[in-house]
Design a protein around this ligand. Sequence first.
Ligand code: NAG
Ligand code: NAG
Ligand code: NAG
Ligand code: NAG
Ligand code: NAG
Ligand code: NAG
Length: 375
Amino acid sequence: MFRCWGPHRGWVPCAPTPWLLLSLLVCAAPFGLLGEETRQVSMEVISGWPNPQNLLHIRAVGSNSTLHYVWSSLGPPAVVLVATNTTQSVLSVNWSLLLSPDPDGALLVLPKNSIQFSSALVFTRLLEFDSTKVSEGTQPPGKPYPPYSLAKFSWNNITNSLDLSTLSTIFQGHPVDDPTGAFANGSLTFKVQAFTKSGRPAQPPRLLHTADVCQLEVALVGASPRGNHSLFGLELNQLLWGSSPSGFMQWRPVAFSEEERARESALPCQASTLRTTLAYSLPHSPIVQAFFGSQNNFCAFNLTFGAPTGPGYWDQRYLCWSMLLGMGFPPLDAFSPLVLGIMAVALGAPGLMFLGGGLFLLLHHKQYSEYQSIN
Ligand SMILES: *[C@@H]1O[C@H](CO)[C@@H](O)[C@H](O)[C@H]1NC(C)=O
Ligand SMILES: *[C@@H]1O[C@H](CO)[C@@H](O)[C@H](O)[C@H]1NC(C)=O
Ligand SMILES: *[C@@H]1O[C@H](CO)[C@@H](O)[C@H](O)[C@H]1NC(C)=O
Ligand SMILES: *[C@@H]1O[C@H](CO)[C@@H](O)[C@H](O)[C@H]1NC(C)=O
Ligand SMILES: *[C@@H]1O[C@H](CO)[C@@H](O)[C@H](O)[C@H]1NC(C)=O
Ligand SMILES: *[C@@H]1O[C@H](CO)[C@@H](O)[C@H](O)[C@H]1NC(C)=O
C-alpha cells in the first residue's frame, strides 16, 4: 500500500488525485524550469582512460536553463540530476579524485551558484522472489532469494552502443561473481535515452516525454531464475535534498514479459513504501558522493514486476520496464490516469510519493484490455 510523507503529520496513507499531483509539482517547480519546448541535447561519454568506468553526460540546453544528467556504472548504476538557470553551465570531472576512496568534490557543475535543483537516484539491487504458494497482491511477493548487488556487476563499454541519432546508449551488465552461471546467457540492461522535444514512443508503455526528461528502460534478458516461479524486482535509492519537490520519476505500473510488448505480455508493477535508509546500509555510489559529499539522507523503495499467476519472466526469460526521470514538472498525460495509471515519485523532497489515479483498477488483468486504446 502506498503512503506518503506529510511534513507535519508523519506517514499517512494517501492516494492523491492527479490534480493534487499537478498543483504540488507546479507550485514547487522553480521558475525557468517550467518546461521548455525544445532543448539542444548533447550526449557524451566522458573518458577516464585508461580506467574502464562508464560516465555518461547528457547536457540539455534550453533558452535560459541547462539540465545535466550524469549516469554511471561506477559502483551501483546511478544518475545525478542537476538543473541550472543558465545556458552556460558545464560539468567538471576529476577522475583521479572520483576513483579515490574519498571522491567528494570529483563531480562539479559550474558555476555553482546557477544550480537550482539537484538530486540522485541509485539502483542498488536486483531482487528475486519465489512466488510459489503466494497469493496475489502480497508484499513482498514471496520468499526473497539473496539479492544481486548491482555494485558487484561488470558493465560493457557504453561507447560502443552510443547512438547519437536516437540520443541513447545501453549499460549492459552481469554479476562479476556468478558461481551458478545464472547469467551465463543473460544480462541486465539499462537503456538511457534523451529527447530534444516532446513525443511519445511507438512501443508501449508509450510514456509521454518532453525535452526535459531522460527515459530509462530496464531489461532482464536470458538470466536463469532460481526457481520455477521467480518474480524479479529492483531496489532503488534516492537522495533526499532540499525542501521543494522539483524532480520526479514517473512510470506506468506495467512491465512486459516479451519483447513484443502487448496486452498478453503485460505484468503489473508494484512499488513498496519508501523507507529511510538510516537504519540499514546500501551500496554507496561514488558519483553521488562525488557530487553531494558524504550524505546519508537517502530513502529507498522496491519495485516488483509480475504476479504469481498470469504471464511472467518464466515464459521467455524476458522482463522489461520503463520510466522517465526529470526535473521541473512531469509531462501530464491527460488521459492516462483514466486508462492505465501513472505513478510518480517526487525527487528532492523528503519522501514525497504520489500516485495517480487508476492504479488499483489496473492490477486486475481484465483492465489491460483498455490498454490498447492508448494511441
Ligand atoms: C525562461 O524561458 C522561458 C521560455 O522562454 C520563459 O517563459 C521564462 O520566463 C524564462 N525564465 C526566466 C527566469 O527568465
Ligand atoms: C570504449 O570503447 C571506445 C570505442 O570503441 C574506446 O575508444 C575506449 O577506449 C573504450 N574505453 C575503455 C575504457 O575501454
Ligand atoms: C584532482 O584531484 C586531485 C586530488 O585527488 C588534485 O591533486 C588535482 O589537482 C585535481 N585536479 C584538478 C584538475 O583539479
Ligand atoms: C546457455 O546457452 C547454451 C547454448 O544455447 C546452453 O547450452 C546452456 O545450457 C545455457 N546455459 C544456461 C545457464 O542457461
Ligand atoms: C520446477 O518444476 C519441475 C517440473 O515441474 C520440478 O521437477 C522441480 O522440482 C521444480 N523446482 C522447484 C525449485 O520447485
Ligand atoms: C527490498 O526487498 C528486499 C528483499 O525482500 C528487502 O531485503 C529490502 O529491505 C527491501 N527494500 C526496501 C527499501 O523495502
